[in-house]
Design a protein around this ligand. Structure first.
Ligand code: CA
Length: 223
């Protein structure tokens, strides 16, 4: 994931770059609005972290120009202007997120990870494990390329298990996902849905971890 950091404060820029690189992002840094526009055109970064108070152009103008030129990837505004109307201006100019200075570097990282997830869902909505594939944009489930029908709740549980492959999902965490969809959940709801899902999926695809919960394993990593 390629991040373009636009920030004229060298100390802050160095600190942010160091942290992002340590977190596995690849980072380019520019310190002015004009250089930002050139870099956006030439390197098409996946995510832009944009300071508003730049020495030449206003960050908002950089953002508007980039959007006008068709740059559609996420932009996170980083700024000391933190009134509500500033945030609205930023979002209206085409920002995807907004973080007010001073900020916690961990919060910046968390927001970038969230952007990264959204981006990869848009680019590749499919999660495939073994013979089972789900399309997170259309909510379709297929086994060996054959589409199968699942209820909304079955799909949601399967997605939760496949998104976190190799990690055991406790009944409680799956329960809370059903709740978060505004469903009335009976005490054995998760078991019932898993039972029904298993009838539609290859044998052993959803494994029970006795007394704990369920897990879907990727073969390569399980071996
Ligand atoms: Ca600045």
């Amino acid at each position: 994931m390629q991040v373009l950091l636009v920030e004229d404060n060298t100390l802050l820029a160095n600190a942010v770059m160091k942290t992002l690189k340590a977190a596995g992002f690849s980072v380019n840094h520019v310190d002015s609005g004009k250089r930002a526009l050139t870099a956006i055109r030439s390197t098409k970064p996946d995510i832009v972290v944009l300071d508003l108070g730049l020495p030449d152009l206003d960050g908002l103008d950089v953002l508007r120009s980039a959007r006008e030129q068709g740059f559609s990837n996420p932009v996170l505004i980083l700024t000391a202007r933190d009134t509500t109307s500033d945030k609205i201006l930023g979002l209206d100019a085409g920002a995807d997120d907004y973080l007010a200075k001073p900020f916690e570097i961990d919060e910046l990282l968390a927001r970038l990870r969230a952007m990264e997830r959204r981006l990869s869902n848009v680019r590749n909505p499919f999660i495939t494990i073994g013979e089972v594939s789900i399309d997170t944009s259309s909510h379709e489930v297929s086994v060996n390329g054959e589409s199968i029908s699942t209820s909304r709740r079955e799909y949601m549980l399967l997605k939760a298990l496949m998104e976190s492959a190799n990690k055991i999902q406790t009944r409680d965490s799956l329960d809370s996902k059903l709740y978060s969809w505004g469903e009335e959940v009976s005490s054995n709801a998760v078991e019932v849905h898993i039972h029904n899902l298993r009838k539609k999926l290859p044998a052993g695809f959803i494994q029970t971890v006795r007394g704990v919960g369920y897990v879907v394993r990727r073969q390569a990593e399980a071996g």
